[in-house]
Design a protein around this ligand. Structure first.
Ligand code: UTP
Length: 289
């Protein structure tokens, strides 16, 4: 059976990023760089690698740097060209009008509400969601792995990873069913459960492939944990009506919404970069001694 292709991705970037203040007072969290690329650029590159053509950003006040980042920077490019500098480094930052759309979430009412704000642009087709502060580092990328799984099983998919049991209360957690390789059937989902009530230690990790029906479910979704409209709650209501699987990502995930995760991501990428790995390794070694 063939499944409708995943052509569109939604990037909810309207959150306030309070855990990163004061850095995120005037700059969106998604523009924080890991080495020399902003988080949002990694997420867009991951989407492109998975064959996704249209990027839909759900933005809010103070997020215009994201639009500028994916636009043409005329003065910069002309000056660089005049000075004989290569523009190749800017190539991935170009998203033409056919490849991107911006929609505004006027109040940060939660991730579920942010996704719902994109309903008209998503239309009646399955789509991907990327939380750009979850930095998924691997080859092939996380979404490419998920699209491969989607082509086999269809329906809805979320990426998951294992965390120590005492950490589950900060995340969406799955109630796992049967496992086959990287695929796990999802029997239930809970957002931010207490450690005692958590059905497993498998947490949702920032990548989703969802059927368009989720938009109708979100339409009448009540507020959940933290007084926000939770995507997890809406997905939980779809289980039973539609296929739902979790994909365990073969790669590393860094939680760049948290300070320690962000430092870890920078170190991990720097230590893989030919142009700086040796230097960074010796600096780190000297500091630790
Ligand atoms: P987070 O839970 O990380 O919240 O949102 P946040 O506001 O970005 O950061 P903190 O916790 O205050 O530091 C997860 C994702 O959902 C988006 C965020 O932009 C992030 O990508 N989001 C969240 C929205 O787009 N709108 C919302 O109302 C809430």
């Amino acid at each position: 059976m063939t499944h409708k292709p995943i052509r569109k991705a939604v990037f909810p970037v309207a959150g306030l990023g309070t855990r990163f203040l004061p850095a995120t007072k005037a700059i969106p969290k998604e523009m924080l760089p890991v080495v020399d690329r902003p988080l949002i650029q990694y997420a867009v590159d991951e989407a492109r690698e998975a064959g996704i053509e249209q990027m839909i950003f759900v933005t809010g006040r103070g997020k215009s740097a994201i639009e500028d980042h994916f636009d043409i920077a005329f003065e910069l490019e002309r000056t660089m060209a005049e000075r004989g500098k290569s523009l190749a480094v800017l190539e991935p930052t170009r998203l033409g009008p056919g490849n991107c759309a911006y929609v505004r979430q006027q109040e940060p009412m939660g991730l579920g509400h942010a996704i719902w704000c994109a309903r008209d642009i998503v239309g009646d087709e399955p789509f991907a969601i990327f939380l750009p502060d979850e930095f998924m580092h691997g080859s092939p990328g996380c979404m490419a792995q998920m699209v491969k799984a989607y082509n086999e099983v269809g329906g809805n998919l979320i990426s998951v990873l294992e965390v120590p049991r005492d950490k589950v209360s900060s995340y969406g957690v799955i109630d796992p069913g049967e496992r086959a390789g990287a695929l796990t059937e999802v029997k239930g989902l809970v957002e931010k459960p207490s450690v005692a009530d958590a059905p497993s230690n498998l947490i949702i990790s920032g990548r989703y492939i969802l059927q368009p029906e989720v938009m109708r479910t979100l339409e009448n979704q009540e507020k959940g944990a933290g007084g926000e409209i939770q995507l997890t709650d809406a997905m939980a209501r779809m289980i039973g009506n539609q296929a739902f699987h979790a994909v365990t990502f073969d790669g590393n995930r860094y939680d760049c919404g948290s300070k320690v995760g962000y430092i870890e991501a920078n170190l991990a990428v720097a230590l893989e970069r030919e142009d700086m790995a040796d230097e960074v390794r010796s600096i780190a070694r000297a500091m630790l001694e």
